[in-house]
Design a protein around this ligand. Structure first.
Ligand code: IPE
Ligand code: IPE
Ligand code: MG
Length: 236
């Protein structure tokens, strides 16, 4: 693929695990387990295609309202996956980052996340971002609060705050906005994911359920993106 048409940042709302399991007469957790294989496949494909940032919506703030058993199964799965994927991330030169409301995660999970982030911090080929306990409105609110604190005694400074200054208060500070946002499973909504950061993102909806979304589907999305005409409000 022509390098200029490869999106720098691809983001995915990984959806449809529960339905995938149900279709097979299994518990929802079985779908999440198989979803991990798609995470690995898409991470590999992204590295191969020269994508610089791959971000994955793994668990939303709203997902805490799911049954306790599903939430704890998802957290356990996160824990196990983090421990298992170290080698693959190191071999592929992938830097691992978790973004979201970390205060809601267990101490144990936070410690594992910190360890993997530290270990992969020097990797430069691609950054893999996992959004965990994240929501777009939460992010904008925490940024607004931090900004309010910073400028509490400096109203003139506050007047000079611009869009890119605000960017630096979001948890995604330093990460370019997504060029392409994929949502699997046929749903066509943002579900309180990256709200501010997707202002000019290209959207791609696939009917394929996340556990079936592998390299072939990922490449198909990149091909669709390469045909898009991004105008940013201008006239060609
Ligand atoms: C996506 O699959 C995974 C998470 C949201 C954690 P779902 O669990 O939402 O599966 P469906 O959408 O119910 O099929
Ligand atoms: C969005 O999927 C969240 C993640 C993929 C982590 P949901 O399944 O939670 O979204 P809704 O409820 O269908 O909007
Ligand atoms: Mg869902």
């Amino acid at each position: 693929m022509d390098n200029t048409t490869v999106p720098r940042h691809v983001s995915i709302i990984m959806d449809g695990n529960g339905r995938w399991a149900k279709e097979r007469g299994k518990e929802r957790v079985f779908g999440h387990l198989n979803g991990v294989k798609s995470v690995r496949a898409c991470t590999e494909a992204a590295v191969e295609e020269g994508v610089r940032y791959l971000s994955l919506f793994a668990f939303s703030e709203e997902n805490w309202s799911r049954p306790e058993s599903e939430v704890s199964a998802l957290m356990d799965l996160m824990m196990v996956s983090i421990r298992k994927e170290v080698r693959t991330l190191m071999d592929n030169g992938v830097r691992f980052v978790v973004l979201g409301n970390r205060s809601r995660l267990s101490e144990r999970l936070n410690a594992s996340i910190d360890a993997l982030m530290e270990e992969t911090a020097g990797n430069e080929r691609m950054t893999l971002i996992i959004f965990l306990s994240y929501s777009g409105k939460w992010d904008i609110l925490q940024a607004a609060k931090a900004l309010a604190k910073r400028y509490a005694a400096d109203p003139e400074g506050l007047e000079r705050v611009g869009i890119s200054d605000f960017d630096s208060y979001l948890v995604t500070a330093g990460i370019p906005d997504p060029d392409l946002l994929i949502r699997t499973s046929g749903e066509q909504r943002i579900s309180n994911y990256l709200l501010w950061q997707t202002a000019y993102t290209e959207f791609y909806f696939s009917d394929v359920l996340w556990p079936d979304f592998r390299k072939k589907e990922f490449r198909k999305a990149l091909r669709a993106y390469s045909k898009r005409d991004r105008r940013y409000g201008k006239v060609k």
